[in-house]
Design a binder for this molecule. Structure first.
Ligand code: NAI
Ligand code: 15L
Length: 269
């Protein structure tokens, strides 16, 4: 299987859960995989280089991006929490990343957005990428900012971006909600590969999910990316039902797509 398209591919957030899962897989997509995070995560192995950088540090981000042909951007705050760190990593950090991309001529970015951009849609609604954002907290709001920022850099400078609204990417679905939102690591890699290789990406929003029977998201606006999931949460359904109780349908956690995120964080619900 030969799928290299880029010479040097930058992966941010490389020390995190998804960065760790993608590290080996993404080596098929490039000659050199440049790994970055703000925390030390050990030495580079074959075909890799490591450049540590805090996303809030414009100079460090500029050096991190320099020489890259494309970026898979996973770095940043990945859960709901106080605004300060979200502001630094997900808002200022994203601006720094796109400014560096513009200055160094990087033309394609895969941005790890989140289902929490639309977390306040209900679990009995099916939405497309055309539905307006309804963030379920400060974290989701920061990802909505990232989607808008990347659109500006496409419209003005032609930098193509796939905003991948990742559902729940873990080894297995942990609860009943994740039967709808689950994205296997292999499907995540398939989706990123499709985003990196499709001839014309433009500025696109795609929901990051496996081929789950229950779903709240319709990817028909993203057919041009060519993502075909091959895994499904359905094989876990009986086990998840056996170990979890029926949801209280009056509970916002069970009503809204964002699940626990709709009540998390500094303000509550
Ligand atoms: P994670 O929290 O395990 O990894 C994030 C990484 O970003 C960490 O290694 C952290 O050190 C780094 N980071 C945080 N602030 C930084 C800063 N200021 N400068 C440089 N690096 C910084 O998160 P995970 O699960 O690996 O997610 C990766 C990305 O995908 C995140 O952007 C997250 O929002 C997004 N995502 C993940 C989902 C999932 O199911 N795992 C679902 C939806 C979105
Ligand atoms: C996210 O955006 C988080 O990064 C991840 O940790 C999960 O909680 C996921 O959403 C989810 O909605 O399950």
């Amino acid at each position: 299987m030969t799928i290299k398209v880029h010479h040097r591919l930058l992966l941010t957030g490389a020390a995190g859960g998804l960065g760790t899962a993608l590290r080996e897989r993404l080596k098929t997509n490039c000659d050199i995989l440049r790994l970055s995070d703000r925390q030390n995560f050990g030495p580079a192995s074959g075909g890799e280089e490591i450049m540590l950088a805090d996303l809030a540090d414009a100079q460090a981000v500029d050096a991190m991006v320099s020489g890259s042909d494309a970026i898979v951007h996973l770095g940043g705050v990945s859960v709901e929490g106080p605004f300060g760190p979200i502001l630094q990593a997900n808002i200022l950090g994203l601006y720094n990343l796109y400014e560096a991309a513009r200055q160094h001529g990087v033309k394609r970015v895969v941005f790890a957005s989140s289902n929490h951009v639309t977390g306040f849609y209900r679990q009995d609604e099916t939405i497309t990428a055309d539905h307006p954002a309804r963030p379920d907290g400060l974290y989701g709001l920061s990802k909505a900012f990232g989607e808008d920022l990347s659109r500006l850099y496409f419209d003005r400078y032609g930098i193509e971006t796939a905003c991948v609204r990742i559902g729940s990417s873990f080894p297995e679905p942990k609860d009943r909600r994740m039967l709808a939102t689950w994205l296997s690591f292999d499907d995540l890699h398939r989706l990123i590969t499709a985003c990196l290789t499709t001839p014309v990406l433009g500025h696109s929003i795609v929901f990051g999910m496996s081929d789950n029977a229950v779903t709240w998201w319709d990817n028909s606006r993203a057919r041009h990316i060519g993502y075909v999931p091959q895994d499904t949460s359905d094989i876990f359904r009986d086990a998840v039902y056996a170990r979890t109780s029926s949801p209280d349908l009056k509970d916002p956690v069970a009503q809204f797509q964002g699940g626990g995120f709709v009540v998390a964080g500094p303000f509550g619900y």
